[in-house]
Structures are given as structure tokens and as C-alpha cells.
Design a binder for this molecule. Structure first.
Ligand code: NDP
Length: 297
């Protein structure tokens, strides 16, 4: 038996299209387009690709894109000054500081400086706390993308056992919280978990956010389970100097056992930027006192 492949590209395109349809309704009511500011410090090639892609998709959705590229030697004070300026800029609804930051800058201090109302990455402690408390908040994009994919695949999740492998603040913990709010019974596994294969095998929904290429194999998966692979790992391809992307799940063996599975690439990855656009519109709506759900139709 071979699993259903969850097409993240197609679902992300549908979400982007939904946002793009809602943007004119926002613009009509406010006289301006929602604006997203993306700040890149340094020249990390992967970050440059992400930032370009975010800018392009923001514009394609009909929003304003403000892009700031700062030198790798930028000081923390300089970056904080830019964040404070963006916090008070009325044309900016969302602020995203691309991580990782150079070592001279304290990431936590920068994330804490972003106005929580404009924190479209959802990493500010206020938004993390509101998510934990079940209050409306800006939810981190990758976890939000995972929860959308799972819900669209399975419908009502009540009573299902979700196992999240990974407990980072940006993926593992928030995605576990979202699964809990969707009435799953949730287990969070990590590097100290005893019998990880056994824990994974108990999952109806297995979410892998580990950062270890192809660690989770088919025999760790309960037949018919839904597998969401968040991992993005680059491995050398065939010794020709090129690289290929793989997830945290060994796709070839997992696809034989799972009921449904996200591929890498083309699974969770595309959902992340689509959710960023969605969050930008959500932040813009909240700042202007417009009901977001009404706007999204
Ligand atoms: P982190 O490195 O911050 O966290 C990894 C987690 O995995 C930690 O909690 C760690 O446990 C756990 N872990 C590591 N090794 C093992 C192991 N052998 N057994 C069990 N648990 C283990 O990673 P992130 O959460 O930031 O990212 C996870 C993956 O998701 C990465 O591949 C990353 O590239 C990808 N990613 C993809 C995104 C997308 O858009 N698709 C966005 C963000 C991330 P412990 O806490 O005990 O150390």
C-alpha cells in the first residue's frame, strides 16, 4: 500500500489565492494595501533565497513589500533602531527579521523588540503565551501550515494521538499546542525520549521537526498514520557537487506504511510562506479593526 501524498504546493497556492482575493477587500476599506517588512542581516545564501521568495510572493498577493538588507557587521543597536522604526510605521503591518542573525546580535532581544501586533512570525513571548492560553494570536507560520495540512487531510482531529518529534520554540512546541487546541492527545518527543521508535509507532499523526535527515523510518510508523515532515536537510547528491533536499522522515520506507505523508520538498515548506502572507493580512486586519474571518470569506 502506498500513502496519499499531501500536496503542500497545491494547498499553499490555494491559501495564497484566498489571501490575494481578500487583499482588495482590505484595501477598499482602508485605502492602502497591507504591508510586510522583511529584514535580512548578512549574506547567508539560504536566507537570501527565503527573503527573495517572501518579497516576491508578498507582491503577488497584492501587498506592499518593504525589504531591508543590512550588512553582516550591523550592531544590535542598529537593528533594534530599525525594528523600532518599523514598529511605528503605519504602512507596515508585519515585521519579519530573518533568522539566524549574526553572532554579535542577541536574537531574543530583537524578537522581543518587535511589536507583538506586527509579529507575523509569532515568535514574540506575548504571542507564544497567547497561543498557550488559547487566545487569538499570531501563530508561527510553519506550525500553522502543518495544522492546516493535517486538518484538511483528516477533518475532525478529536481524540487522535499526535506525536511531535522536536521541542523547539519555532516548530515543535507551537505545533504541539495547535494539535492540543484541535483536541488531539499530544506527546512531545525529543532527544532524551526513551524508545522513540515505539513512541512514534503510537501516533495517529506524526509530526517530525528534528533536523536529522531521514531519521524516522517506515518501521517507526503505524500503518495508516498521517505523517507531516517539517525537516529540511540538504544532502550531497550522487557525488557531483550538487545537493538534494530531504526531510526528517525516510520518505521511501515511510510512504509504504503511512496513510498520508508530506513530501520534501513540496510539503510543509510552501505552506510556511503562504501562512506568512495570511498572518500579514491577519495583523493588518486587527490593526485596522476589521474582522479577519469576514475578509477571508
Ligand atoms: P531545532 O534544532 O531547534 O530543534 C530540533 C529538535 O529535535 C530539538 O527539540 C531536539 O531535541 C530534537 N532532536 C534532535 N535530535 C533528536 C533525536 N536524535 N531524537 C529525538 N529528537 C531529536 O530545529 P527546528 O525546530 O528549528 O527545525 C526542525 C527541522 O525543521 C529542521 O530540519 C529545520 O530545517 C526544519 N524547518 C523547516 C521549516 C519549513 O518551513 N518547512 C521551518 C523551520 C524549520 P532536544 O530539544 O532534546 O535537543
Amino acid at each position: 500500500m502506498s500513502a496519499t501524498i499531501i500536496d503542500g504546493k497545491e494547498r499553499a497556492a490555494a491559501l495564497r489565492a484566498q489571501v490575494a482575493r481578500a487583499v482588495p477587500r482590505f484595501t477598499e476599506r482602508t485605502g492602502r494595501a497591507p504591508g510586510l517588512a522583511v529584514v535580512l542581516v548578512g549574506e547567508d545564501p539560504a536566507s537570501q533565497v527565503y527573503v527573495r521568495s517572501k518579497g516576491r510572493q508578498t507582491i503577488e498577493a497584492g501587498m506592499e513589500s518593504f525589504s531591508f538588507t543590512l550588512d553582516a557587521s550591523t550592531t544590535q543597536e542598529e537593528l533594534l533602531a530599525l525594528v523600532r522604526r518599523l514598529n511605528t510605521d503605519d504602512a507596515v503591518d508585519g515585521i519579519l527579521v530573518q533568522l539566524p542573525l549574526p553572532s554579535q546580535i542577541d536574537e531574543h532581544a530583537v524578537l522581543a523588540a518587535i511589536d507583538p501586533a506586527k509579529d507575523v512570525d509569532g515568535f514574540h513571548a506575548i504571542n507564544a503565551g497567547r497561543l498557550m492560553a488559547g487566545l487569538p494570536s499570531l501563530v508561527p507560520c510553519t506550525p500553522l501550515g502543518c495544522s492546516i495540512l493535517v486538518r484538511e487531510q483528516l477533518g475532525d482531529l478529536s481524540g487522535r494521538h499526535a506525536v511531535v518529534v522536536g521541542r523547539s520554540n519555532i516548530v515543535g512546541k507551537p505545533v504541539a499546542m495547535l494539535m492540543l487546541h484541535l483536541n488531539c492527545t499530544v506527546t512531545i518527543a525529543h532527544s532524551r525520549t526513551v524508545d522513540l521508535p515505539g513512541v512514534c509507532r503510537s501516533a495517529d499523526i506524526l509530526i517530525a521537526a528534528v533536523g536529522r535527515p531521514e531519521m524516522i523510518r517506515g518501521e517507526w510508523i503505524r500503518p495508516g498514520a498521517t505523517v507531516i515532515d517539517v525537516g529540511i536537510n540538504r544532502l550531497p547528491a550522487n557525488g557531483d557537487g550538487k545537493t538534494r533536499l530531504v526531510g526528517d522522515v525516510d520518505f521511501a520506507s515511510a510512504v509504504q506504511v503511512a496513510g498520508a505523508i508530506t513530501p520534501v520538498p513540496g510539503g510543509v515548506g510552501p505552506m510556511t510562506i503562504a501562512c506568512l502572507l495570511r498572518n500579514t493580512l491577519q495583523a493588518a486586519s486587527a490593526r485596522c479593526g476589521i474582522a479577519f474571518d469576514e475578509l477571508m470569506g
